[in-house]
Design a protein around this ligand. Structure first.
Ligand code: G4P
Length: 283
C-alpha cells in the first residue's frame, strides 16, 4: 500500500512512535540492506533521542554481501549496533534477542541490584518506513501470523505484546515512519528496490536511474543478463538493445520503452541480476 505522507500525517506518525517509546526498552530500526540510508526516516535520531537501538539491515538476502559488511562496520563506527537479517527466511533473526539482551544488560542489572527478583521481559518496538519488512519480521519473531495494521499512521487498534521467547516482548504494531522525499535520488532508489509503488514515479525515469547505476557499478551483470557484448554509452541505445533482445516491441517493431523499463525493474527486484546494493557507506 502506498501512503500519501502529508505534514499532518508525519507529525502524527512521529507522535505515535514517541508515545510507544514510553512503553519500551529498545527500538529495532528496520532498514533495507540494499539502501540503508535511503530507507531510513530522516528524523530518526531526533525521534528516538536516547533510546537504545539496533539497526536491522533487512532483506540482506537481496543485498551485496560485501557492501552489507561495510554498512555494519559503518554503523559500528558510530557506536550503533547493526545486524544483517532476512526476515522472510529467518536468517539472522535469532541474533536480535541476544543483541538486545547484551545492550540492555546494564539496565536489567540495575533492576536486579535494586532487589527486583524476577525482572520483566525486555520490551521492544520495530520502526521503519513502509515496505521495509516490519510485518514480516514481527511474524517471524512471533512465530505466527499477526494481522498487518493498515499502513497508515493513525489507523490504530488495541496494542498487544507479543512474546518472543521468555526474554522479550514486542509491540504488535510497528512504528511506521516516512522516508526522505526531498531528495530525488532517494525516491529513485526506493522505487528501484520496489519500496514505493510504480505509479508514483515515472517508470522510465526509474529504469534510466537503475540502468545507469548498473552500468557504473555492476557492468558485468548487466552484460550477462541481457547478452550485451558492450554496454552502449547512450541510455536510449541501451533500452533499444535490451528491448530487441527481450522482445519488448510495439507493433511495427519499434522498442516499447515502458515494457523495457518494467522488465528491467522486475528483474532487479526479483534478483535476476543477482544481489545488488544501491548505496555504499560514506558515498
Ligand atoms: P512492512 O510491514 O514494513 O510494510 O513490510 P512487509 O513486512 O509487508 O514486507 C514488504 C515486502 O518485503 C513483502 O513482499 C515481504 O515479503 C518482503 N520482505 C520482507 N522481509 C524480507 C526479507 O528479509 N527478504 C526478502 N527477500 N523479502 C522480504 P511483498 O512482495 O510485498 O509481499 P509477499 O511477497 O510477501 O506477498
Amino acid at each position: 500500500m502506498t501512503i500519501q505522507w502529508f505534514p499532518g500525517h508525519m507529525a502524527k506518525a512521529k507522535r505515535e512512535v514517541q508515545e510507544k517509546l514510553k512503553l519500551i526498552d529498545i527500538v529495532f530500526e528496520l532498514v533495507d540492506a540494499r539502501i540503508p540510508m535511503s530507507s531510513r526516516n530522516p528524523m530518526i535520531d531526533e525521534i528516538l533521542v536516547n533510546k537504545p537501538r539496533i539497526v536491522l539491515l533487512n532483506k540482506a538476502d537481496m543485498a551485496d554481501e560485501e557492501i552489507t559488511k561495510q554498512w555494519i562496520a559503518f554503523f559500528q563506527n558510530q557506536h550503533i549496533k547493526a545486524l544483517a537479517i532476512d526476515s522472510q527466511a529467518g536468517t539472522g533473526v535469532k541474533q536480535i534477542v541476544a543483541a538486545a539482551k547484551e545492550m540492555l544488560k546494564p539496565k536489567f542489572e540495575k533492576m536486579a541490584a535494586k532487589g527486583i527478583k524476577n525482572p520483566r521481559a525486555m520490551r521492544a518496538l520495530i520502526v521503519g518506513i513502509p515496505n521495509v519488512g516490519k510485518s514480516t519480521l514481527i511474524n517471524r519473531l512471533a512465530g505466527k501470523h499477526i494481522a498487518k495494521t493498515g499502513d497508515k499512521p493513525g489507523v490504530t487498534k488495541a496494542q498487544q505484546w507479543i512474546k518472543v521467547g521468555k526474554e522479550m516482548e514486542l509491540l504488535d504494531t510497528p512504528g511506521i515512519l516516512w522516508p526522505k522525499f526531498e531528495d530525488e535520488e532517494v525516491g529513485l532508489k526506493l522505487a528501484t528496490t520496489g519500496a514505493i509503488k510504480d505509479t508514483i514515479l515515472n517508470l522510465q525515469d526509474v529504469a534510466v536511474y537503475a540502468l545507469n547505476f548498473l552500468k557504473q557499478h555492476y557492468p558485468e551483470r548487466l552484460k550477462e543478463r541481457y547478452s550485451l557484448v558492450e554496454i552502449p554509452e547512450d541510455i536510449v541505445a541501451l533500452f533499444d538493445e535490451i528491448g530487441k533482445r527481450r522482445g519488448c516491441l510495439m507493433s511495427g517493431g519499434l522498442v516499447d520503452y515502458d515494457k523495457v523499463a518494467e522488465l528491467v525493474l522486475r528483474e532487479i527486484r526479483t534478483e535476476k541480476l543477482g544481489r545488488l546494493s544501491f548505496e555504499k557507506p560514506n558515498e
